[in-house]
Design a protein around this ligand. Structure first.
Ligand code: FES
Length: 146
């Protein structure tokens, strides 16, 4: 199953299950943000999570951070205004780049899936994703890359 088929199937499944609000947040497309390299990691403005929906401010569930110096992007999931989950988007099975969809990540190479905390939900991957500590300061989210 390719990425488009997976997303389409996932969205249709959500709608079919009658969980419309969850489907809306789960099916939102990824927002890509360029991180700023700091001495101990990479940062993004919290404002990257804010977007306008029907003239009203709304909050994204997750964003994807990239930078030329990063080999793989980082998935940043918003748990609350002060708590985030940051994951290395490299599959622990054979190293393919993962795709993000709402509160989970999936690998199109062999089908592994991970939750927003990096836990394996479906193999063949056996190891959880690499995670990073996050710190919210001055309306920025710092992701510690050490
Ligand atoms: S490389 Fe991701 S499932 Fe195999």
């Amino acid at each position: 199953m390719n990425r488009r088929d997976f997303i389409t199937q996932s969205c249709l499944t959500c709608l079919g299950a009658g969980i419309f609000p969850a489907a809306l947040s789960g099916c939102q497309s990824a927002h890509y943000a360029t991180g700023v390299i700091e001495t101990n990691g990479i940062s993004v403005a919290q404002a990257e999570f804010v977007f306008e929906k029907k003239g009203q401010p709304a909050i994204r569930q997750f964003i994807v951070i990239h930078h030329d110096k990063l080999e793989f992007p980082i998935y940043l999931y918003r748990i609350s205004d002060s708590e985030y989950s940051a994951l290395w988007m490299r599959c622990t099975h054979q190293g393919s780049e993962l795709n993000a969809s709402g509160d989970h990540l999936y690998c199109t190479s062999h089908g592994s899936e991970f939750d927003f905390k990096g836990n394996v939900k479906q193999g063949p991957a056996e190891k959880n994703l690499r995670t990073f500590k996050t710190l919210v300061q001055h309306e920025k989210i710092l992701i510690e890359l050490t």
